[in-house]
Design a protein around this ligand. Structure first.
Ligand code: AMP
Ligand code: GLY
Length: 456
């Protein structure tokens, strides 16, 4: 296993022996890329991929009002793999990048590999068995146990061992962490302070509080620390570590209020020192890739490590088999090399031949959301002021659509404004200044993205 080229977090280029990097500039290949998904993450991915000299066209399915500016939207339901196949064949797509987890967990990569017409189409994402790292928390925990990957102590409970589960809760200290095994639209994790309440919640989860997703529940030890998202792209043998980011999950300033899909991001993260990265690499990334190989899981795609930094030691809170949102919006702007080429080489197991460079600047991403989100909110609000945003900022659309030449809101998270600076303070100032230019009824955002990291 071999890590490719990178800059360390002090932005010093690590010694790279370029002779070892077989870099071939293949100008003759024309690439047509399809990005699946419709959020800010997919807009950011499509934006970055479209910058490649060797990409002739990017399609986004279904996309949003923003992705239209970097490629062509195709209105299909991506849960319908046959419809995806039709798009791929009709448009001579060479490379498919799967944005969200659901199609991966449902086996879109297996579908491609088992279809004679699609066999030669490259696709980024794990097969169904690898997607279990995100699709089943119990699977992920067993995997980490097998390969000695640091994570919270846990017990998996079903209706059959409920009594054991109730006893296990008593062996833990508050707060208690209860996780639905399956995908639950980001809502399947409960953190409860009171043991009685934890026991009641456990029973309710097993009785279907989150539908089939909580027929199995993972009870976990609570980890104290500070969270960070790290991203790895692997072809199953080689890997690159993409820029890390800190995500801000709660709706309110000062980490208050309900959990959301993510309200902003900062990259790089000051406490992710070279020493911390080494620990993550040796204790988590290498054993994860070795483990996948050992289990004969063919994994060509992203591994998103949701980590807790506990006093300088990294623990895995969760694996995701995709990039994060809004982290991707702030991570893509920090990649200086040809990202499409990186993906292309990843898909064929030649990631070691790709060039990978990180921009040392800091990115700050501020997510603009609809008033009321993450609870109920209005849609269809006209968005104005986009023309007033400085071209130095990148605006990734999430919940937007085009109606009669107007861009209107169509989701809770509406758009993410990303700015760069030499420091977090500089990037914050630009991001917030430009976030204010965008106007829609009910617009809400957090005012403190990155503030906590400024004096670390
Ligand atoms: P997950 O869906 O597993 O990422 O969990 C959602 C959120 O719950 C995480 O981002 C953490 O903030 C929190 N969380 C999950 N597991 C733990 C844990 N074992 N200890 C502390 N916080 C946790
Ligand atoms: N921002 C967290 C996630 O994408 O799951």
């Amino acid at each position: 296993m071999e890590r490719i080229v990178m800059y360390n977090v002090d932005n010093q280029k690590e010694a790279v022996n370029w002779k070892d990097v077989q870099w071939q500039y293949v100008t003759a290949v024309e690439r047509r890329v399809l990005v699946l998904g419709s959020g800010g993450r997919e807009h950011a991915l499509a934006w970055k991929i479209a910058q490649s000299d060797r990409v002739s066209k990017v399609y986004i399915a279904p996309g949003n009002a923003g992705t239209m500016s970097v490629g062509e939207n195709i209105a299909i339901n991506i849960a319908d793999f046959q419809a995806v196949k039709d798009v791929v064949l009709k448009n001579n797509i060479n490379l498919v990048v799967v944005g969200p987890e659901q199609p991966l967990v449902d086996g879109i990569v297996d579908f491609f590999k088992n279809d004679d017409d699609l066999k030669d189409v490259k696709i980024i994402g794990p097969e169904k068995n690898g997607a279990q790292l995100e699709g089943s928390k119990a699977f992920a925990k067993r995997f980490m146990e097998r390969y000695g990957i640091p994570t919270a102590r846990c017990l998996t409970v079903t209706a059959d061992n409920l009594t054991e589960g109730l006893h296990y809760l008593e062996t833990l200290e508050a707060p208690y962490v209860l996780k639905a095994d399956g995908l639950a639209a980001g809502k399947g994790v409960l953190i409860v302070n009171d043991i009685k309440e934890a026991k009641t919640e456990l029973k309710e989860m097993l009785s279907g509080k989150f539908g089939a997703a909580s027929a199995k529940v993972v009870i976990e030890q609570f980890l104290k620390g500070i969270e960070v998202s790290m991203f790895v792209l692997t072809d199953g043998e080689h890997y690159v570590i993409l820029p890390e980011a800190k995500d801000y999950k709660r709706i309110g300033d000062g980490d208050t209020g309900l959990n959301t899909g993510g309200m902003g991001a900062v990259s790089p993260v000051p406490f992710v020192t070279p020493d911390f990265v080494k620990k993550v690499e040796n204790r988590i990334i290498k054993p994860t890739i070795e483990g996948l190989k050992n289990e004969k899981i063919d994994y060509k795609g992203f591994i998103f490590l949701g980590l807790m930094n506990c006093g300088g030691d990294p623990y895995v809170i969760e694996y995701n088999v995709r990039m994060g949102d809004p982290e991707t919006e702030g991570v893509m702007t920090r990649i200086d090399s040809d990202f499409a080429d990186l993906l292309d080489k990843c898909a064929v197991g030649r990631l070691n031949e790709a060039r990978f460079e990180i921009n040392p600047e800091t990115s700050v991403t501020v997510m603009l959301v609809s008033g009321g989100y993450p609870e109920s909110y209005k849609k269809g609000m006209r968005i104005s002021g986009l023309d007033n945003v400085c071209p130095c900022c990148i605006v990734a659309h999430a919940g937007t659509k085009l109606v009669d030449n107007d861009i209107v809101t169509s989701g809770g998270r509406v758009m993410a404004v990303t700015a760069h600076g030499k420091t977090i303070a500089e990037a914050r100032e630009k991001a917030y200044h430009n976030a204010k230019m965008i106007v829609f009824e009910g617009k809400n955002y957090r005012h403190d993205i990155g503030l906590d990291l400024m004096n670390l």
